[in-house]
Structure formats: C-alpha cells, structure tokens
Design a protein around this ligand. Structure first.
Ligand code: ATP
Ligand code: MG
Length: 261
C-alpha cells in the first residue's frame, strides 16, 4: 500500500508547496518511488516542476473521468516526469477552479480520490503527496484528506500560525471519523523559522508542548535560498550547503523511519 500524505493547513503562503517539493525530492533521493499531485489551481507545484501545457490530461480530467465513470486502469497519460528531480507528478491548471461542481455531482463526492489513488495502478508508488490548496472546507481538500492515510502540517513560525493546527486536525478527524488523530499525523513541520526571534521559538515550543514527538525536530529555517529555489525551480535537498535542504532531508528520513515502525 502506498503511503498517501496530504500536505495541508488552512493558511496561505506558509510553505506547503515548498514542503511538498522538497520532501518529495528527499524521499526520492532516499530511494522511494514518489508521485506528487498538484491540487492547487495556481499550479505553483506544476510550474516548479517545469510543466508546460502539453495537450495531455491533468488532475481535472482525472477527476472528471472518475466522476463520469469512464473507468480506466491505465493512468499513464496523466503522469509527467521531471528529470531534474527524478519525480513523477500530476499537474494542475486553472481548470481545477471549475472542478467543484463536478466533484459535487458524484454520489459519494468525498471518495473520488480514494477510488482513483487507492486503485492498483498507484500502488507502484511508495509515497503519494498531495499539495493542497489553502482552504480546508472544500471538496478537493476533503477528498485529499479522505484518501490520505497521513497528514503533514507545515506550520509557519509566526504568531497565530499554530492556531490553525487544531482546526485542521479536527477537520481531518471528522472526515476520517476517528477519535484518535495521532496515528494519522505524519508530522508537524515548523517552516520559516528564525532562531533569533522569540516568536519562532515560542511557536516551536508551543507546538512541542502540545504534540511532542510529532513535531519534526529540525525546523525549516527562513532563508533567502528557499525563495531563490522557487525562482530557479529546483529543490534544495540535494545541496549539502543548503540549510533549508538539510532540514527537509531530515524530515524525509524521519518520515521513512516513522512509517517503518
Ligand atoms: N523556509 C523558507 N524561507 C524563506 N522563504 C520561504 C521558505 N519556504 C517557502 N518560502 C517562500 O514563501 C513563499 C510561499 O511558499 P509556498 O508557495 O511554499 O507556500 P504555500 O503555503 O504553498 O502557499 P499558497 O498558500 O500560495 O499555496 C514562496 O515565495 C517561497 O519561496
Ligand atoms: Mg502552495
């Protein structure tokens, strides 16, 4: 069975996409077979992976196909490959903005992703990571949460950022219909951490007090190199000199260790 991880939190610009790319690239470098799925109509992840419109179907058509019961066991046409990161991905584009009506038309609208990504074809992947849009209260995110067996929350080291954590966890529990959320948390990753500010330390400590070992030990530092990597379209995990890359690599190691337990 693939490990399916939703990277989600109800806050924009906190590093969800940066986390998806770098954790994905890190897991790949550690020998895992990885698929990244862009669920944001802004298509930042797709663009980061150098996706160009190519006339082939995207995540929107994949959803449409499932809802229309056009069953296919061959999903190859939806998958692109980025050579630089050696990563498979399913791209998104603006059309995804119109997908809610289609998802809503399904008799079991929360299970569309489960039907797709839990099918035999996708079992070839050790890890499937969903880069979620910021909202939690929408059908795309609820599909991603329903389908995932784990949730990874990037939490920006900033006042109020951690207040989004309990809300996200409650949403996940309601969708999964479980009382104990802990087995479903892949981890909380503190992002944009600035060790020189009290605020960053306070966020880390508050999270650690509430969630203990579920918080990844290494926070991702707030550094210009992360912003530059968005411009140059490459992950940072392969670079020894990159502190951001090191933190993401440590998280990738930790994910593999936790899932092997
Ligand atoms: N550790 C970091 N240090 C400094 N800048 C960062 C860091 N991580 C991400 N950024 C920058 O912050 C911005 C937002 O990051 P990102 O796109 O990953 O967040 P997001 O949560 O996916 O945003 P959105 O809500 O738009 O989907 C980007 O410009 C990115 O380069
Ligand atoms: Mg994003």
């Amino acid at each position: 069975m693939s490990n399916i991880i939703a990277i989600a939190i109800e806050k924009g610009g906190v590093g969800k996409t940066t986390t998806t790319l770098n954790i994905g690239a890190g897991l790949r470098q550690l020998g895992q077979n990885v698929l990244l799925v862009d669920l944001d109509q802004q298509s930042h992840l797709s663009r980061w992976l150098e996706f160009q419109p190519d006339g082939r179907p995207t995540i929107s058509e994949l959803i449409y196909q499932e809802v229309s019961h056009i069953h296919s066991n061959n999903y190859v046409d939806f998958i692109r490959h980025n050579e630089k990161e050696n990563l498979d991905f399913i791209p998104a584009n603006k059309m995804l903005g119109g997908i809610y009506a289609i998802l809503g038309a399904d008799g079991e609208s929360n299970t569309v992703f489960s039907r797709i990504f839990r099918s035999e074809f996708f079992q070839q992947y050790d890890y499937i990571l969903f880069d979620c849009p910021t909202a939690v209260d929408n059908l795309l995110v609820s599909n991603a949460l329903q389908c995932s067996n784990k949730l990874l929350l990037p939490v920006q080291a900033e006042l109020l950022a951690y207040e989004g954590v309990p809300a996200m966890l409650q949403r996940f529990m309601a969708i999964k219909q479980v009382r104990d959320i802990c087995p479903f948390i892949q981890g909380l990753l503190v992002t944009m951490y600035n060790g020189r500010t009290n605020m960053s330390n306070e966020v880390y400590n508050t999270l650690f007090d509430s969630y203990g070992e579920l918080v990844f030990k290494e926070a991702v530092p707030m550094l210009q190199e992360a912003r530059n990597s968005t411009e140059t379209r490459s992950s940072l995990v392969g670079r020894r000199s990159s502190k951001v890359g090191q933190a993401y690599m440590a998280a990738a190691h930790e994910i593999i260790r936790r899932n092997a337990e």
